[in-house]
Design a binder for this molecule. Structure first.
Ligand code: UDX
Ligand code: UDX
Length: 430
């Protein structure tokens, strides 16, 4: 099929390249002409393992091209996916400005298109958005009728950063929430050569599946951190506890890794948006509010542990290893490192940070701290070290590497160091 992707960020580009790999013809559209030029020249604007090679391959086969012209994208394809950003507003509620702007643009592009076209919302939007906001805007700006001239569906993404292409090509399931059979059938046809169960439902249910999925995963993490904080006081290793707990066939072992908490462009914003939506419909999401509170407190706990060990961090040199919100990513959106470095700066510590991929992005937030070219360089002469991202290379750090430090305080936020190496460290929850 001929597919257009409107908004080629972490989700849109992985989706576009994925559909091209599956044999479709893809047009990626973005308002950012720099991104469009990079994509057309085989450069992935974002870091995702394997994405750039896959992009080069589908470009060479003529299966993908990028443009800033939404009309070109809509007129030359049968189906368009909306995957533009859905950031949080100050109060945590979802900001739909990009969704609304793209819905209008698609409507205008549809105005003089005769053939039936399906618009699919892939961006994470609160329940009701597809039918009550996107659909009317497209009708208004196209002068056409949903269900007659065009179809509408919602098809949530379940992509993890660092594994986006892998997760796109090997989904646990495909959820299609369409307004009618025709809309659902076109989307189902596009996914026919995927090896995954397909669930067909309505748009608001599909929207809620996505939020519930992320909210539950975030709840698992905060639950693990709450138990971890208790275990820490009881001198129990929470990882041992969850090893035993997850042997219960009703409880999967995944997402119980206690540590400095979750970051990223999804969990924090999606949980806050669901809390705000609940309030809007007169319900208080008590558990989800506490999921956010527990997550935020983990950042304070690791700084408090540092202060307890050093007495004060004022004037002390702190090596911060890991800035990305997770390994295999350059993304620092909502990364715990942002708040933790902010707290250390406010306490007049001297911060020297290192991350294999995310330093350039962090410089845009904390440009006034030191950055090292390697973990060893960051450790040299530091009074203490915090590990905030579980990069593979940090697991290989040796006792000698840590002996480059002036001090002895090592606090672990991500469980990458093991006692076997004789390195004396303390874990945030173990
Ligand atoms: C986004 C949402 O944040 C996420 O909730 C949803 O699940 C998928 O889409 P992400 O890909 O990380 O995730 O967004 P981002 O990296 O910000 O990319 C959005 C892209 O859309 C950017 O390249 C931006 O230039 C583009 N865009 C934005 C448009 O093309 N048109 C617009 O009007 C606005
Ligand atoms: C998540 C969901 O996994 C994905 O399905 C959804 O589409 C988008 O949001 P992502 O945010 O890319 O994906 O990363 P993920 O691997 O889920 O990790 C999110 C955060 O939780 C990271 O900061 C990670 O360090 C943290 N995490 C994850 C924990 O602290 N403990 C865990 O056990 C797992």
């Amino acid at each position: 099929m001929n597919v257009s992707i409107i908004g080629t960020g972490y989700v849109g580009l992985s989706t576009g390249v994925g559909f091209a790999i599956k044999g479709n013809n893809v047009i990626c559209m973005d308002v950012d002409s720099k991104k469009v030029d990079e994509i057309n020249s085989g450069i992935a604007p974002i870091y995702e393992p394997g994405l750039e090679d896959a992009l080069k391959d589908v470009l060479s086969k003529g299966r993908l091209r990028a443009t800033t012209d939404i009309k070109e994208a809509v007129h030359n394809t049968e189906i368009s996916f909306i995957s533009v950003g859905t950031p949080s507003k100050e109060d945590g509620s979802i900001d739909l400005k990009f969704i609304k702007s793209v819905a209008k643009d698609i409507g205008k592009a549809l105005k003089d298109k005769e053939k039936y076209h399906v618009i699919v919302v892939k961006s994470t939007v609160v329940p009701g958005t597809t039918e009550n906001i996107v659909l009317p805007l497209i009708e208004e700006h196209s002068g056409k009728k949903a269900g007659k001239d065009f179809g509408i569906a919602m098809n949530p993404e379940f992509l993890r950063e660092g594994k986006a292409l892998e997760d796109f090509l090997n989904p646990d399931r495909i959820v299609i929430g369409g307004i009618d059979k025709d809309s659902c059938n076109v989307v189902r046809d596009l996914y026919k050569n995927f090896n995954a169960p397909i669930m067909v439902t309505n748009p608001r249910t599909a929207e809620m599946i996505k939020y519930t999925n992320n909210a539950f995963l975030a709840t698992k993490i905060s639950f693990a951190n709450e138990i971890g904080n208790i275990c820490k006081q009881l001198k129990i290793d929470t990882y041992e506890v969850f090893k035993g707990v997850s042997m219960d066939h009703r409880i999967s072992p995944h997402f119980f890794n206690a540590g400095v908490g979750f970051g990223g462009s999804c969990f924090p914003k999606d949980v806050k948006a669901l809390v705000a939506k609940a309030k809007e419909v007169g319900r208080e999401a008590k558990i989800l509010k506490d999921v956010i509170k527990v997550n935020e407190s983990q950042r304070r706990i690791i700084v408090e542990m540092l202060e307890n060990r050093l007495g004060s961090v004022k004037g002390k040199r702190i090596a911060v290893l890991g800035l990305a919100f997770k390994p295999d990513s350059d993304d620092i959106r909502e990364s715990p490192a942002i708040d933790i470095i902010g707290m250390l700066k406010n306490k007049h510590a001297i911060v020297c940070a290192y991350d294999p991929k995310a330093m350039e992005n962090m410089k845009r937030v904390h440009g006034d701290i030191e950055y090292a070219k390697s973990a060893k360089e960051a450790l040299k002469d530091s009074d203490a070290c915090l590990i905030l991202t579980d990069w593979e290379e940090f697991k290989k750090l040796s006792k000698d590497d840590f002996e480059l430090m002036r001090g002895k305080v090592i606090i672990e936020g991500r469980r990458v160091l093991s006692k076997e190496k004789g390195i004396e460290f303390e874990g945030i929850c173990w």
